[in-house]
Design a protein around this ligand. Structure first.
Ligand code: FES
Length: 270
C-alpha cells in the first residue's frame, strides 16, 4: 500500500504593509488580503502573489528588495511582526515559509528602521552605509599574480573555524534593525574578526579596526549597550562574542596608534 501525501490546506491571511512612495513622503500601513496561501510558499512568494494582483489594479506593486532567495545575499531585509526577518531562528526573510503563520493572521511587514538606513520606497532601504564600512577596511593587501602555496601559512583549526563563523555575515542589517541603539557593532565585529583572525589579515589589523569603527560612527550608527538583540535575529547566528573581540582589537589598536604618535612627536623634537 502506497502512503498518500496529506493534502496541504490553503488558508487566508492579511498583509499589513508599510507603503511609502519615496523618502520625502510620509508612509502608512495598508492592508492586503491574501487567499489560497500554501503553507509551502515562501514569504517573498506571497509578496509576489500580492504584487501580481496589484499590477492589474490602480495601485503600485509593493517595492521590496530580494536577490538570491536562498539566504546568501542579505538583500531581503524587512521586519515581519516586529522582528527583523520575521519568525524563525537563523533564517533570512526569503527563508521564511507561510507554514510559520496561522489562518486569519494579520502579518505586519515594514522596512528596517534605522537613521543610517533611510527608506527609499515601501520595504526598500538604503544600506550603502555598510558598503562604506567595508570599503574602509574590509580587505587585505596581497600581491597578485604570484599566489603562494596554500599550505605555506599554517592556520589553526580553532582560528579557521572562528573566522568562518564571522565570515558567514551576509550584511543584511538585521542586527541594526533589532538594536534599540541602531548599532552596527555585530556587523563590524564580524567583518573585523574574519580577517583579523587569519594570518593574512595581520598587516592591516590595527588600521582596519580603527577605520571601520570610525566609518561606522560617522554613518550614524549607535553604540552597543549589550542588549544582544543583534545576535538573536542574525540569520547566520553570529554571536555577540565577536563584539567583545572587536572592542579588544579596537582598544589595542588605539593604544598602539597613540604610542606611535607620541614616539613620532618625541623623535621629531629631538
Ligand atoms: S534574497 Fe538573498 S538572503 Fe534573502
Amino acid at each position: 500500500m502506497v502512503a498518500s501525501t496529506p493534502s496541504k490546506k490553503l488558508f487566508s491571511v492579511t498583509l499589513r504593509v508599510w507603503r511609502q512612495a519615496n523618502p520625502d513622503q510620509p508612509g502608512k500601513f495598508v492592508d492586503y488580503p491574501a487567499h489560497n496561501v500554501s503553507p509551502d510558499m515562501s514569504f517573498l512568494e506571497l509578496l509576489d502573489v500580492v504584487n501580481d494582483g496589484l499590477t492589474v489594479s490602480p495601485e503600485e506593486p509593493i517595492a521590496f528588495a530580494h536577490d538570491c532567495r536562498e539566504g546568501i545575499c542579505g538583500t531581503c531585509s524587512c521586519t515581519i511582526n516586529g522582528k527583523p526577518h520575521g519568525p524563525g531562528k537563523g533564517v533570512a526573510t526569503c527563508q521564511v515559509y507561510m507554514r510559520s503563520f496561522q489562518a486569519g493572521d494579520v502579518i505586519v511587514v515594514e522596512p528596517f528602521r534605522a537613521t543610517a538606513f533611510p527608506i527609499i520606497k515601501d520595504l526598500v532601504t538604503e544600506r550603502s552605509a555598510f558598503d562604506k564600512i567595508q570599503q574602509a577596511g574590509g580587505f587585505i593587501s596581497a600581491r597578485t599574480g604570484a599566489a603562494p602555496d596554500a599550505n605555506a601559512i599554517l592556520v589553526s583549526k580553532a582560528a579557521a573555524d572562528l573566522a568562518m563563523d564571522a565570515a558567514a555575515c551576509i550584511g543584511c542589517g538585521a542586527c541594526v534593525a533589532a538594536c534599540k541603539n541602531a548599532s552596527a557593532m555585530l556587523f563590524v565585529a564580524a567583518k573585523v574578526s574574519h580577517l583579523g583572525l587569519m594570518p593574512q589579515g595581520q598587516p592591516e589589523r590595527d588600521r582596519r579596526v580603527l577605520a571601520m569603527v570610525q566609518t561606522m560612527d560617522e554613518a550614524g550608527f549607535g553604540n552597543c549597550t549589550n542588549q544582544y538583540e543583534c545576535s538573536a535575529v542574525c540569520p547566520k547566528n553570529i554571536t555577540h562574542d565577536f563584539i567583545a573581540r572587536l572592542n579588544r582589537d579596537y582598544v589595542g589598536a588605539l593604544f598602539r596608534s597613540e604610542l606611535q604618535s607620541v614616539s613620532t612627536s618625541a623623535g621629531g623634537g629631538a
